[in-house]
Design a protein around this ligand. Sequence first.
Ligand code: HEM
Length: 397
Amino acid sequence: MQPDAPRIAPDDTLWWLEEAEPAAAWLRAKAPVFEYQPGVRTVARYDDVRTVSRDPATFCSSKGVLVLDPLRSGHTSSPVDAPSVLFMDPPEHAQFRKLVSRAFTPRATAMMETAVRDRTLRILDEVPGPDIDLVEHIAVRLPLQMIAALLGLDDVAETTFRFWSDETIKAADGLRADLSVVGEFVAFMMNGIAAHRAEPRDDILQLLVDAELDGRSLTDPELLVFCMSLLVAGNETTRNLISGGAVALAQHPDQRDWLAANPAGIDHAVEEMLRWVTPIKAFARTATRDTTLAGSPIGEGDYLVMLYGSANRDERAFGPTADHFDVRRRADPAHLAFGFGEHLCLGASLARLEARVVFEELLRRAPRFELAGTPVRLHSTLVNGWETVPVHLRTPQ
Ligand code: HEM
């Protein structure tokens, strides 16, 4: 190990953002492919993350995608005995993904704008005062409500749903899961599946219940895992894009003011928030054969952890201003916050829509919102997020 190399273990600084960028910068400069445990390597540069992501034959997903998967027996993290689409390889992966992809196209998502805006306005109406925790009162609520409604699994209290979703992510992000809580979530979803079978509805769960794969219906575990993946993937990710985007704007008041005065710039601003925040820290692949990456030999079975946050600050891709937050940055090259290639985030259009509408409405009501305390980071190897973001919602004078 090189003497100035960062320490990379689940509790170490690479996973804590304040410390992560110097460590990531070191990796990009000195060890773009870095073996931090025998057979486990980080991939830190933009081009290399793309190379790995675009070649599922050489770098597969079926042997684990989460940072901690190699530490778990059997390389899986699912509490239910069926693989999630995240953990599939071609050709099975495309077949499963196709079952719901039409519900998430940019066109299908555009039809959701009225619902997203109505919910956003209601959420903003319900904030208890000018001093709030933006995570609790805004960022948690919209993605949770939207994905539960889209799936047709919204007949439960929002707080219960949040608890289940958060516990499921914790199960994926830790070595000790509270499976009893996940069990309640599973029971709730099984009831939802039964209700959809008995009385068809117009939602994404119905698409899955009615789906045929090689002439058969999906099994209960397959349905459960698909629902769970969508519910969980659609929640903490977008929550932390909103929380992290708000922190970035509050910490860069010139850019916040510019965006409030130039709402047409919101699409670029959301792309920059995605690049800057990078709500998912890393996903991984396993090499299916001996190969090389960035000049480093990779052995069959090696586990490659793609550091999306590092790739998104790579000066080789984003130039000398890569470490500046700039809501007017050109969208080319595209950031890797949604991954790349076969597994490119299915919910990307929905996440973009939710973030756009939240910031349009937030900046309309409170164009000069500011931090009212120190935001507290979430402890996670998966999600780059915030536990709390205290803000003061200053209204226009
Ligand atoms: C800002 C918000 C989001 C971020 C940063 C994000 C990030 C990602 C990333 C990096 C991947 C790639 C996984 C890989 O390559 O192994 C991914 C895949 C996925 N995302 Fe998202 N996501 C977000 C929002 C959503 C939403 C709202 C949904 C659901 C409605 C969703 C559903 C999925 C699914 C199902 C996959 C798996 C796709 C596949 O394996 O083919 N995501 N996401």
